[in-house]
Write a protein that binds this ligand. Sequence first.
Ligand code: ZN
Length: 147
Amino acid sequence: MILFSFTLNYCYNMKPKIEKSEEEWKKQLTPEQYKILREKETEIAFSGEYFDNKKKGTYLCAACNNELFSSEAKFDSGTGWPSFFTPISLDNIELKPDETEFMSRTEVLCKRCGSHLGHVFEDGPLPTKKRYCINSLALNFKEKKSN
Ligand SMILES: [Zn+2]
């Protein structure tokens, strides 16, 4: 019980390290990115750049370049959104209960800038059984050049 309330406080008291006004975000992001990252919209399935990306590399927050997901944790969920079974580190993301749209979901945010990335569901593959369902528009991809 102590651990539980500690976790809750930890989640709710989190303040992003990068704080910008919505005007500043609007200038920095494309209108499509802004809708997802700052207004929590969801891109249309199969519309994004990365759902089918099989290259090796790192997925960064499109707003602040925080390292979020590795291609090693990416899997084909068939949903049309990039899906990962784990983030690079739980320290880089923030999870928040989301009760909108008549569903009980868990929202995934970038911990550094507070931008909306997507949602996490409990129907992913082993080893975590989590499915981090992330908008392509919320991500930048940094390809790892093999040599
Ligand atoms: Zn960010």
